[in-house]
Design a protein around this ligand. Structure first.
Ligand SMILES: Cc1cc2nc3c(=O)[nH]c(=O)nc-3n(C[C@H](O)[C@H](O)[C@H](O)COP(=O)(O)OP(=O)(O)OC[C@H]3O[C@@H](n4cnc5c(N)ncnc54)[C@H](O)[C@@H]3O)c2cc1C
Length: 291
Protein backbone atom coordinates (compact mmCIF):
# COMPACT_ATOMS: atom_id res chain seq x y z
CA UNK A 1 0.00 0.00 0.00
CA UNK A 2 1.31 3.44 -0.95
CA UNK A 3 0.45 6.81 0.57
CA UNK A 4 1.27 10.21 -0.91
CA UNK A 5 1.51 12.98 1.68
CA UNK A 6 1.80 16.75 1.58
CA UNK A 7 2.02 19.27 4.41
CA UNK A 8 3.55 22.72 4.32
CA UNK A 9 4.93 22.25 7.85
CA UNK A 10 7.74 19.74 8.44
CA UNK A 11 6.42 18.84 11.90
CA UNK A 12 2.99 17.99 10.49
CA UNK A 13 4.56 15.88 7.76
CA UNK A 14 6.67 13.92 10.22
CA UNK A 15 3.66 13.15 12.40
CA UNK A 16 1.53 12.05 9.46
CA UNK A 17 4.37 9.99 7.93
CA UNK A 18 4.94 8.15 11.20
CA UNK A 19 1.23 7.34 11.48
CA UNK A 20 1.09 6.05 7.90
CA UNK A 21 4.25 3.98 8.39
CA UNK A 22 2.76 2.48 11.55
CA UNK A 23 -0.25 1.43 9.47
CA UNK A 24 2.09 -0.28 6.97
CA UNK A 25 2.09 2.24 4.11
CA UNK A 26 5.07 3.02 1.90
CA UNK A 27 5.26 6.77 2.45
CA UNK A 28 5.85 9.20 -0.44
CA UNK A 29 6.07 12.81 0.74
CA UNK A 30 6.11 16.11 -1.10
CA UNK A 31 7.88 18.51 1.22
CA UNK A 32 9.63 21.89 1.46
CA UNK A 33 12.08 20.51 4.06
CA UNK A 34 13.89 17.26 4.91
CA UNK A 35 11.31 15.03 6.61
CA UNK A 36 10.87 11.33 7.29
CA UNK A 37 9.60 9.40 4.26
CA UNK A 38 10.43 6.37 2.16
CA UNK A 39 10.40 8.55 -0.97
CA UNK A 40 10.88 12.24 -0.40
CA UNK A 41 10.14 14.75 -3.20
CA UNK A 42 11.96 17.84 -2.03
CA UNK A 43 10.64 21.08 -3.51
CA UNK A 44 11.09 24.84 -3.07
CA UNK A 45 8.27 26.33 -0.98
CA UNK A 46 5.06 27.33 -2.75
CA UNK A 47 1.84 28.10 -0.96
CA UNK A 48 -0.79 28.55 -3.63
CA UNK A 49 -3.39 25.83 -3.85
CA UNK A 50 -3.36 25.63 -7.67
CA UNK A 51 0.37 24.82 -7.90
CA UNK A 52 0.24 22.30 -5.04
CA UNK A 53 -2.84 20.61 -6.53
CA UNK A 54 -1.03 20.31 -9.87
CA UNK A 55 2.08 18.92 -8.14
CA UNK A 56 0.10 16.31 -6.21
CA UNK A 57 -1.72 15.38 -9.40
CA UNK A 58 1.61 14.85 -11.22
CA UNK A 59 3.05 12.78 -8.40
CA UNK A 60 -0.08 10.70 -7.96
CA UNK A 61 -0.11 9.83 -11.68
CA UNK A 62 3.44 8.54 -11.24
CA UNK A 63 3.09 6.81 -7.84
CA UNK A 64 -0.54 5.60 -8.02
CA UNK A 65 -1.09 5.91 -4.25
CA UNK A 66 -3.87 4.09 -2.41
CA UNK A 67 -4.25 7.02 -0.05
CA UNK A 68 -3.45 10.73 -0.43
CA UNK A 69 -3.03 12.55 2.87
CA UNK A 70 -2.80 16.24 3.71
CA UNK A 71 -2.43 18.15 6.93
CA UNK A 72 -5.83 19.66 7.75
CA UNK A 73 -4.63 23.27 7.51
CA UNK A 74 -6.32 25.92 5.37
CA UNK A 75 -4.04 25.04 2.45
CA UNK A 76 -4.32 21.29 3.06
CA UNK A 77 -8.12 21.40 3.10
CA UNK A 78 -8.24 23.52 -0.03
CA UNK A 79 -5.85 21.26 -1.96
CA UNK A 80 -7.39 18.00 -0.70
CA UNK A 81 -10.85 18.87 -1.94
CA UNK A 82 -9.62 20.21 -5.28
CA UNK A 83 -7.44 17.16 -5.88
CA UNK A 84 -10.21 14.73 -4.86
CA UNK A 85 -12.63 16.48 -7.19
CA UNK A 86 -10.17 16.11 -10.09
CA UNK A 87 -9.78 12.40 -9.42
CA UNK A 88 -13.40 11.80 -8.43
CA UNK A 89 -12.30 10.37 -5.07
CA UNK A 90 -13.83 10.56 -1.60
CA UNK A 91 -12.39 13.42 0.46
CA UNK A 92 -12.67 13.69 4.25
CA UNK A 93 -11.08 16.63 6.07
CA UNK A 94 -10.45 17.46 9.76
CA UNK A 95 -9.80 13.81 10.61
CA UNK A 96 -8.56 13.14 14.13
CA UNK A 97 -7.53 9.54 13.60
CA UNK A 98 -7.06 7.04 10.81
CA UNK A 99 -7.35 3.26 10.79
CA UNK A 100 -6.70 0.88 7.94
CA UNK A 101 -9.12 -1.90 6.99
CA UNK A 102 -9.44 -4.30 4.05
CA UNK A 103 -9.01 -1.92 1.09
CA UNK A 104 -10.77 0.70 3.18
CA UNK A 105 -9.94 3.28 5.83
CA UNK A 106 -11.89 4.46 8.85
CA UNK A 107 -11.43 8.02 10.07
CA UNK A 108 -12.75 9.84 13.15
CA UNK A 109 -13.88 13.44 13.06
CA UNK A 110 -16.01 15.78 15.15
CA UNK A 111 -19.61 16.22 14.12
CA UNK A 112 -22.63 18.16 15.43
CA UNK A 113 -20.39 21.13 16.12
CA UNK A 114 -17.98 19.08 18.20
CA UNK A 115 -20.58 17.38 20.39
CA UNK A 116 -19.80 13.90 19.06
CA UNK A 117 -17.04 12.03 17.26
CA UNK A 118 -18.17 10.22 14.12
CA UNK A 119 -16.33 7.32 12.50
CA UNK A 120 -16.50 7.20 8.71
CA UNK A 121 -15.37 4.26 6.61
CA UNK A 122 -14.56 4.71 2.95
CA UNK A 123 -13.02 2.56 0.25
CA UNK A 124 -9.55 3.20 -1.17
CA UNK A 125 -8.23 5.11 -3.02
CA UNK A 126 -9.27 8.12 -1.00
CA UNK A 127 -8.12 11.55 0.12
CA UNK A 128 -7.99 12.63 3.75
CA UNK A 129 -6.81 15.70 5.63
CA UNK A 130 -5.55 14.89 9.13
CA UNK A 131 -5.36 17.24 12.11
CA UNK A 132 -1.63 16.74 12.63
CA UNK A 133 -1.61 17.91 16.26
CA UNK A 134 -4.05 15.13 17.14
CA UNK A 135 -1.58 12.47 15.94
CA UNK A 136 0.95 10.93 18.25
CA UNK A 137 4.34 10.71 16.60
CA UNK A 138 6.17 7.39 17.10
CA UNK A 139 9.71 6.57 15.95
CA UNK A 140 9.63 4.67 12.63
CA UNK A 141 12.36 3.72 10.18
CA UNK A 142 12.09 4.98 6.62
CA UNK A 143 13.98 4.22 3.39
CA UNK A 144 14.76 7.95 2.87
CA UNK A 145 15.13 8.06 -0.91
CA UNK A 146 15.37 11.76 -1.76
CA UNK A 147 14.59 13.35 -5.13
CA UNK A 148 14.43 17.03 -6.05
CA UNK A 149 11.05 18.03 -7.37
CA UNK A 150 9.91 21.16 -9.18
CA UNK A 151 6.39 22.29 -8.29
CA UNK A 152 4.83 23.60 -11.50
CA UNK A 153 3.81 27.25 -11.69
CA UNK A 154 0.09 27.76 -11.72
CA UNK A 155 -1.28 29.44 -14.84
CA UNK A 156 -4.11 30.91 -12.71
CA UNK A 157 -2.16 32.36 -9.80
CA UNK A 158 0.96 34.51 -9.69
CA UNK A 159 2.52 35.16 -6.29
CA UNK A 160 3.53 38.81 -6.12
CA UNK A 161 4.91 38.81 -2.59
CA UNK A 162 4.60 36.84 0.60
CA UNK A 163 4.42 38.26 4.10
CA UNK A 164 4.26 36.43 7.38
CA UNK A 165 1.05 37.09 9.26
CA UNK A 166 1.72 39.16 12.40
CA UNK A 167 1.05 36.94 15.38
CA UNK A 168 0.81 37.79 19.03
CA UNK A 169 2.52 35.37 21.39
CA UNK A 170 -0.40 34.02 23.40
CA UNK A 171 0.02 31.48 26.17
CA UNK A 172 -3.58 30.26 26.39
CA UNK A 173 -2.67 26.57 26.34
CA UNK A 174 -0.31 26.88 29.33
CA UNK A 175 -2.32 29.44 31.33
CA UNK A 176 -3.57 28.54 34.83
CA UNK A 177 -6.15 31.32 34.79
CA UNK A 178 -8.04 32.59 31.74
CA UNK A 179 -10.57 35.40 31.46
CA UNK A 180 -12.79 34.86 28.41
CA UNK A 181 -14.83 37.65 26.97
CA UNK A 182 -17.76 37.51 24.55
CA UNK A 183 -20.28 39.68 22.77
CA UNK A 184 -21.80 40.78 26.08
CA UNK A 185 -19.13 43.48 25.90
CA UNK A 186 -20.62 46.52 24.15
CA UNK A 187 -17.58 48.47 23.00
CA UNK A 188 -13.93 47.85 22.25
CA UNK A 189 -12.91 50.45 24.88
CA UNK A 190 -14.61 48.29 27.50
CA UNK A 191 -11.88 45.71 27.02
CA UNK A 192 -9.96 47.76 29.56
CA UNK A 193 -12.24 46.33 32.27
CA UNK A 194 -11.41 42.80 31.15
CA UNK A 195 -7.70 43.61 30.94
CA UNK A 196 -7.78 45.05 34.45
CA UNK A 197 -9.41 41.91 35.80
CA UNK A 198 -6.94 39.70 33.93
CA UNK A 199 -4.04 41.70 35.38
CA UNK A 200 -5.33 41.27 38.94
CA UNK A 201 -5.61 37.52 38.41
CA UNK A 202 -2.39 37.15 36.41
CA UNK A 203 -4.60 35.65 33.71
CA UNK A 204 -4.47 35.30 29.93
CA UNK A 205 -7.33 36.77 27.91
CA UNK A 206 -9.38 34.55 25.59
CA UNK A 207 -12.43 35.42 23.53
CA UNK A 208 -15.29 34.12 21.43
CA UNK A 209 -15.35 34.19 17.66
CA UNK A 210 -17.28 37.43 17.15
CA UNK A 211 -14.68 39.41 19.11
CA UNK A 212 -11.68 38.12 17.18
CA UNK A 213 -13.12 37.47 13.72
CA UNK A 214 -16.09 39.86 13.30
CA UNK A 215 -15.15 42.90 15.40
CA UNK A 216 -11.39 42.24 15.34
CA UNK A 217 -11.04 43.65 18.86
CA UNK A 218 -8.64 40.85 19.81
CA UNK A 219 -6.23 38.76 17.70
CA UNK A 220 -7.38 35.44 16.22
CA UNK A 221 -4.92 33.55 18.45
CA UNK A 222 -7.13 34.42 21.41
CA UNK A 223 -10.26 32.71 20.09
CA UNK A 224 -11.28 29.64 22.09
CA UNK A 225 -13.44 26.86 20.68
CA UNK A 226 -13.90 24.38 17.89
CA UNK A 227 -12.00 26.46 15.36
CA UNK A 228 -9.75 28.10 17.97
CA UNK A 229 -7.71 27.04 20.99
CA UNK A 230 -8.70 24.21 23.34
CA UNK A 231 -7.72 25.26 26.85
CA UNK A 232 -7.39 23.54 30.23
CA UNK A 233 -6.80 26.18 32.94
CA UNK A 234 -7.40 25.71 36.65
CA UNK A 235 -9.77 28.67 36.60
CA UNK A 236 -11.71 30.16 33.70
CA UNK A 237 -13.91 33.22 34.09
CA UNK A 238 -16.33 33.61 31.21
CA UNK A 239 -17.85 37.08 30.75
CA UNK A 240 -20.79 37.86 28.47
CA UNK A 241 -20.42 34.57 26.59
CA UNK A 242 -23.56 32.65 25.55
CA UNK A 243 -21.79 29.26 25.58
CA UNK A 244 -22.71 27.93 22.13
CA UNK A 245 -21.31 24.46 21.63
CA UNK A 246 -18.72 25.63 19.09
CA UNK A 247 -17.19 27.78 21.83
CA UNK A 248 -17.88 25.42 24.75
CA UNK A 249 -15.86 22.51 23.28
CA UNK A 250 -12.77 24.66 23.76
CA UNK A 251 -13.25 25.12 27.51
CA UNK A 252 -14.42 21.65 28.52
CA UNK A 253 -11.11 20.64 30.09
CA UNK A 254 -11.07 23.65 32.45
CA UNK A 255 -11.07 22.75 36.14
CA UNK A 256 -13.36 25.45 37.51
CA UNK A 257 -15.54 27.67 35.33
CA UNK A 258 -17.25 30.82 36.59
CA UNK A 259 -19.62 32.54 34.17
CA UNK A 260 -21.23 35.98 34.27
CA UNK A 261 -24.27 36.48 32.07
CA UNK A 262 -27.44 38.59 32.16
CA UNK A 263 -29.47 35.71 30.71
CA UNK A 264 -30.21 33.06 33.31
CA UNK A 265 -31.02 30.59 30.53
CA UNK A 266 -27.79 31.06 28.55
CA UNK A 267 -26.27 27.70 27.52
CA UNK A 268 -23.12 28.76 29.39
CA UNK A 269 -24.96 27.76 32.58
CA UNK A 270 -24.56 24.09 31.55
CA UNK A 271 -20.83 24.53 31.11
CA UNK A 272 -20.04 26.34 34.35
CA UNK A 273 -19.52 25.43 38.00
CA UNK A 274 -20.63 28.87 39.22
CA UNK A 275 -23.10 30.87 37.14
CA UNK A 276 -23.62 34.49 38.12
CA UNK A 277 -26.75 36.07 36.66
CA UNK A 278 -25.94 39.74 36.30
CA UNK A 279 -24.58 42.60 34.26
CA UNK A 280 -20.87 42.46 33.61
CA UNK A 281 -20.75 46.26 33.81
CA UNK A 282 -21.86 46.07 37.44
CA UNK A 283 -20.03 42.91 38.45
CA UNK A 284 -16.57 43.51 36.93
CA UNK A 285 -15.86 46.85 38.65
CA UNK A 286 -16.91 45.33 42.00
CA UNK A 287 -14.81 42.24 41.40
CA UNK A 288 -11.75 44.29 40.42
CA UNK A 289 -12.21 46.54 43.47
CA UNK A 290 -12.45 43.58 45.84
CA UNK A 291 -9.53 41.70 44.31
C1 LIG B 1 -18.44 25.97 12.27
C2 LIG B 1 -18.45 26.96 13.38
C3 LIG B 1 -17.32 27.07 14.18
C4 LIG B 1 -17.30 28.00 15.22
N1 LIG B 1 -16.20 28.04 16.01
C5 LIG B 1 -16.21 28.88 17.08
C6 LIG B 1 -15.09 28.92 17.97
O1 LIG B 1 -14.09 28.23 17.81
N2 LIG B 1 -15.15 29.76 19.02
C7 LIG B 1 -16.26 30.57 19.28
O2 LIG B 1 -16.24 31.32 20.28
N3 LIG B 1 -17.31 30.56 18.45
C8 LIG B 1 -17.31 29.73 17.36
N4 LIG B 1 -18.39 29.74 16.53
C9 LIG B 1 -19.47 30.73 16.79
C10 LIG B 1 -20.42 30.26 17.89
O3 LIG B 1 -21.41 29.43 17.34
C11 LIG B 1 -21.12 31.45 18.56
O4 LIG B 1 -21.77 32.22 17.59
C12 LIG B 1 -20.18 32.35 19.36
O5 LIG B 1 -19.39 31.59 20.24
C13 LIG B 1 -21.02 33.35 20.15
O6 LIG B 1 -20.17 34.27 20.78
P1 LIG B 1 -20.64 35.05 22.07
O7 LIG B 1 -21.02 34.10 23.13
O8 LIG B 1 -19.58 36.05 22.36
O9 LIG B 1 -21.90 35.90 21.53
P2 LIG B 1 -23.44 35.72 21.79
O10 LIG B 1 -23.90 34.37 21.42
O11 LIG B 1 -24.10 36.89 21.14
O12 LIG B 1 -23.60 35.85 23.37
C14 LIG B 1 -23.43 37.02 24.12
C15 LIG B 1 -23.87 36.73 25.54
O13 LIG B 1 -23.60 37.86 26.34
C16 LIG B 1 -24.68 38.01 27.28
N5 LIG B 1 -24.70 39.41 27.68
C17 LIG B 1 -25.15 40.48 26.98
N6 LIG B 1 -24.97 41.63 27.68
C18 LIG B 1 -24.39 41.27 28.84
C19 LIG B 1 -23.96 42.00 29.99
N7 LIG B 1 -24.08 43.33 30.05
N8 LIG B 1 -23.42 41.31 31.02
C20 LIG B 1 -23.29 39.98 30.99
N9 LIG B 1 -23.69 39.22 29.92
C21 LIG B 1 -24.22 39.86 28.87
C22 LIG B 1 -25.90 37.55 26.50
O14 LIG B 1 -26.93 37.15 27.40
C23 LIG B 1 -25.37 36.41 25.69
O15 LIG B 1 -25.53 35.16 26.34
C24 LIG B 1 -18.42 28.83 15.47
C25 LIG B 1 -19.55 28.70 14.66
C26 LIG B 1 -19.56 27.80 13.63
C27 LIG B 1 -20.79 27.70 12.78
Amino acid sequence: MKALVFAEKADHLNRISSKLKELGFEVHALSFAEVNADFLYLAGPKYDYASITAAIDMLSNEIRPDLVVFSSTKLGKEVSSRFAQRKNMTCITECLDLQLGDSSITVSRYSLGGKTVTKIRTHLPAVVALVADAIESKEQSFQMNVREFQIPDSPQIRTVSREEKRREAVGLKEADVIVVVGRGLRKEEDLKLVKELAKKLNAEIGCTRPLSHDYRWLPEERMIGLSGEKVSPKLLISIGVSGQIQHAVGIMNSKTVIAINTDENAPMKEHSDYFIVGDLYEILPELIKNL
